[in-house]
Design a protein around this ligand. Structure first.
Ligand SMILES: Cc1ncc(COP(=O)(O)O)c(C=O)c1O
Length: 426
């Protein structure tokens, strides 16, 4: 952030922190819109872009991305509810993830969702049985774990994993697929992992996915309608800076798309959560205490790993980049400090041995680029501290303010809506 931008953001945040309290997630919806338009413009013509709600299921962000023409990728009943509420038509929702229960598949089908990514033979056959019991049809993508080595740091393919069919498991799959009466094979889903390192690894992942498509189209004797080649578009997490310039992908992606043979007529689908909303979010927090212990200086904040980054996709508890915002110019020599949160665990540490201007209680600090996998990937239950308030604005105009529900409610068993033949479907 340049100095004038920082000063403007700090002044806005100071006012909002006064009104809504600290800590505070601030999301700029204009930033989400810019990212969505840039990414869509970089994808080959006719491609679809699915917003992965796991990155940030805030209703306003989902609604905005729906209006901007994205489809939705969801992996739980909660994400599905947000997507439908945000206006994604159910036929534009892809339900993904390992461990989908018969109940949730049924609920999704009953809500009108037809698209599922199947992760294994049992998952696929369960979707088929549930669809049969509900007298509906599902359209499935087979998620494939390619035989080739992975291109992602947090590899979800190319290594042994719970994600997808091993490519080899499908080689003799023709007859087994043909036996399924209530699923239609729509195509393949090859998601390689989040936060691919650069344009080259991203293009390598897409190339690999398309190669898998060519080969399995032949093996299974079918022409796919859809090739979901995943994503992994990178953006810095909890650190200053910008992500991949996706305009550089435009030409090579178009060439890759044009190089297809057996899958030439399949629609290309891409997925993104991180790149679409990472840059929109900043976490603002307040210094509660500054103390010294055995020669080291500690800055204790009112926010910690229950609000940010219990699991960011980069490591379990990543260290983050902390910036300082003060109304008056920050003066004094930099001091080496550890920036920690209020939780009763030494793991609650945002930054170790970082040089910051001298801080005192009441000072505001901020962590940029946390609009994706900020709150969703945090240890929200630990220590029963309340979740932070989340504020959405557009050019400084507040458009919505939320807080995740928190605390225990007495359990009430829901009455499940189960179709006839249910017991066989499970
Ligand atoms: C199947 C699938 N699709 C999409 C995503 C979103 O990835 P990203 O936020 O890096 O775009 C993930 C993340 O784990 C995923 O597992």
């Amino acid at each position: 952030m340049s100095a004038p931008v920082l000063a403007r953001e700090a002044a806005r945040a100071a006012a909002w922190l006064e009104t809504y309290g600290s800590p505070l997630y601030v999301y700029d919806s204009g930033e989400v819109e810019r990212r969505a338009l840039e990414l869509r413009a970089a994808l080959p013509e006719g491609s679809r872009l699915l917003f992965s709600l796991k990155a940030n299921p805030l209703p306003d962000i989902a609604r905005l991305l729906q209006r901007l023409g994205c489809d939705a990728e969801v992996s739980s009943p909660g994400e599905l509810a947000v997507a439908l509420e945000a206006g994604f038509p159910p036929e534009r929702v892809l339900y993904t993830g390992p461990g989908k229960s018969a109940e949730e598949v049924h609920a999704a089908l009953a809500a009108g969702v037809t698209g599922f990514s199947a992760e294994s033979w049992p998952d696929l056959e369960r979707i088929d049985r549930v669809a049969r019991a509900a007298r509906l049809r599902a359209r499935v993508l087979l998620r494939v774990n390619p035989s080739a080595p992975p291109v992602a740091r947090l590899a979800m393919s190319g290594v042994s994993s719970q994600f997808g069919f091993d490519e080899a498991d499908l080689v003799d799959g023709r007859a087994r697929l043909a036996a399924l009466g209530h699923v239609e094979l729509m195509g393949l889903h090859v998601y390689q992992g989040t936060q691919l390192t650069d344009a080259n690894s991203l293009l390598a992942a897409v190339r690999q996915a398309l190669a898998v498509g060519e080969s399995l189209s032949e093996v299974l004797g079918t022409r796919f309608q859809v090739m979901d080649v995943g994503g992994g578009f990178p953006w810095p997490f909890a650190a200053a800076g910008a992500g991949l310039d996706v305009s550089t992908l435009r030409e090579p992606l178009a060439l890759l798309s044009a190089s297809r043979e057996r899958t030439a007529s399949a629609a290309l689908w891409f997925e993104s959560g991180r790149w679409l909303c990472g840059s929109s979010g900043t976490l603002w927090a307040t210094v509660v205490d500054v103390k010294r212990s055995k020669g080291k200086r500690y800055v204790v904040l009112d926010s910690g790993i229950h609000h940010l980054g219990g699991m960011s996709g980069l490591g379990r508890v990543p260290l983050v980049g902390v910036g300082v915002a003060r109304a008056e110019p920050v003066s004094g020599a930099l001091e080496e400090v550890n920036v920690v949160g209020p939780l009763c665990t030494p793991l609650d540490c945002f930054a170790r041995n970082v040089a910051l201007p001298p801080l005192r209680p009441g000072d505001r600090v901020f962590i940029p680029n946390v609009g994706a996998y900020g709150l969703t990937a945090s240890l929200t239950g630990f220590l029963s501290r309340p979740p932070p308030v989340e504020l959405v604005h557009r050019e400084g105009e507040v458009t919505a303010v939320y807080r995740l529900r928190w605390g225990h409610a007495l359990y009430e068993r829901p009455a499940p809506a189960r179709p006839p033949g249910w017991e066989d479907a499970r």
